[in-house]
Ligand binder design. Structure first.
Ligand code: ACM
Ligand code: ZN
Length: 501
């Protein structure tokens, strides 16, 4: 068998200078890749004549009976790279886009590219990255730069964590103090700001030395148009009921009816109708800005201490027959889900939304581990996996790195994550939407640091999200990741380990 392969490779001329068959360096690894005779100089690939055929029928013929889900078919492509040109067949523009990303990556990774044919489609429909812009704000150019890399990696969901305790980052016309005040703080580094007994003080926009920023509606439109051209859906997150220190600082009436809003400065009051009025008005503007069918409503780490004491919360619990503060949280999330549905949206929430009963149509983002996600799948809910110990990119990849925090989440550890646990039945598998890497930025202030946390680990998440499980191979991926890392560095990305300056 081995001899036949070598003979074929010789005939096809796909030999490197050292006489070894030329492997593809692509990330994510494609489903089928076969080498044809001949090579093309990488710098000639972009100028080759391109023949594109968008036809589901033609693609189905090339798939030779392989059964793909509709969403897979939309992203699938067949590509033939020959000396005289490129042929692409896809059922949809999206597939053509991915074929071109494949060409772009092949031409970027090697100085010569083997003539070849590729048949390819994604394993999961959700291949995401989350960026926390509340704790430290990077801004539009940074986001576009990362979207560009995501697109090259065939990733298609950008989860925009826009609001949280240390800063609100998106213009809301109905509530201007969210950006006039709580997008700005006197201390730049998050941990200093949080430790400081000024304890989360915000300052008015324009105050000399103020740190912060926010996206105007025009900025968001710009980002969305950039993402749209790259087939990336941007999903905004508006946190509730916890992680709302900044919201309460801007509008103190959103806190519980307790002295100073209660001891815990963290949650909104779900007892008051005015809280829902606020959230609905904010969401209406967010829905207008973001066309995604999803809205992420947070739902994580609500401590709920104030709710046990607040007369409004207690009255709500009595009126609605809610037996615990967990049920009060569930009441709030279900009510917001009804509001989202009325506007044609579906909600995603962190896995705490399981507490007190899951909203009927909610998608769960499983972060504590995978158990909550597996439970949600059993309850027939969609799930996105982002388990902390595999896919949280704020955790260090190497104890020797700059500002290591949390547990070690090495590249190999990220790569080893399997979203499809054995306990998930074939019938339930469609509920696993996919995977996401989350970059929380408590200790990540600078753009170079943020990129160093993202890369190369995002390469591994892309491969887990796109490639078939039998194509995953750690030693081969490690080799390919180092090739792509070198190219990404040339393009100006900081990739771990960063090069000495
Ligand atoms: C989370 O990490 N609190 C979702
Ligand atoms: Zn309350």
């Amino acid at each position: 068998m081995k001899r036949i392969f070598i003979a074929l490779a010789l005939v096809c001329g796909a030999m490197s200078a050292k006489g070894q068959p030329q492997p593809t360096n692509l990330i994510p690894a494609p489903v089928e890749y076969s080498v044809h005779s001949g090579n093309i100089a990488a710098n000639k690939v972009a100028g080759l004549h391109e023949k594109v055929r968008i036809s589901e029928k033609a693609l189905l013929r090339l798939l030779e009976g392989k059964k793909l889900a509709d969403w897979q078919l939309k992203s699938a492509y067949w590509l033939e790279l020959g000396k005289k040109g490129v042929k692409i067949v896809a059922a949809d523009e999206e597939g053509v886009f991915y074929a071109r990303q494949t060409l772009k990556m092949m031409a970027s990774l090697d100085s010569t590219v083997s003539c070849c044919a590729i048949l390819d489609w994604p394993r999961f429909r959700y291949r995401g990255v989350m960026l926390d812009e509340s704790r430290h704000f990077q801004g539009k150019d940074f986001v576009k730069k990362q979207l560009e890399m995501m697109a090259l990696l065939k990733m298609n969901r950008f989860h925009f964590h826009l609001v949280d305790n240390p800063g609100w980052r998106v213009q809301i016309d109905a509530y201007p103090r969210l950006t006039k005040l709580t997008a700005w703080r006197p201390v730049s580094f998050f941990w200093d700001w949080e430790k400081n007994e000024i304890g989360g003080l915000f300052v008015e926009e324009g105050t000399p030395g103020a740190y912060g920023g926010y996206y105007t509606k025009q900025d968001i439109a710009d980002i969305l148009s950039f993402a749209n051209e790259r087939h990336i859906e941007v999903i905004p997150e508006i946190e509730m009921p916890g992680h709302n220190y900044e919201t309460r600082a801007a509008y103190p009436e959103l806190a519980c009816s307790l002295p100073n809003g209660g001891k815990d400065p963290w949650e909104l009051c779900p007892g008051k109708e005015s809280t829902f009025d606020f959230l609905e008005k904010v969401l209406l503007e967010v829905f207008d800005m973001f066309p995604s069918k999803y809205i992420h409503i947070g739902g994580d780490e609500a401590r709920k201490n104030n709710w046990k004491l607040c007369p409004d919360c207690q009255a709500r619990m009595q009126a609605e027959g809610l037996k615990s503060v967990e049920e009060l949280q569930s009441y709030m999330i279900r009510r917001m889900e009804r509001f989202a549905h009325a506007h044609g949206k579906r909600i995603i929430g962190w896995d705490e939304i399981l507490q007190g009963g899951l909203a009927p149509d909610a998608t769960v983002m499983s972060w504590h581990g995978t158990e909550a996600g597996l439970r949600a799948v059993k309850e027939e809910h969609d799930v996105i996996f982002t388990p902390t110990h595999y896919l949280y990119l704020d955790h260090h990849q190497d104890p020797a790195q700059f500002r290591p925090v949390g547990r070690q989440v090495s590249l190999e550890k990220v790569y080893s994550f399997n979203p499809m646990a054995e306990s998930i039945s074939e019938a339930d598998a469609h509920h696993v939407l996919g995977v996401q890497g989350c970059l929380w930025t408590e200790h990540v202030q600078d753009a170079w640091h943020a990129e160093m946390m993202l890369y190369p680990r995002v390469f591994a998440i892309a491969e887990t999200g796109w490639s078939q499980p039998e194509k995953k191979n750690w030693p081969d991926f490690e080799r390919r990741a180092s090739v792509l890392s070198a190219v990404a560095r040339k393009w100006g990305y900081t990739v771990y380990p960063p090069l000495p300056h």
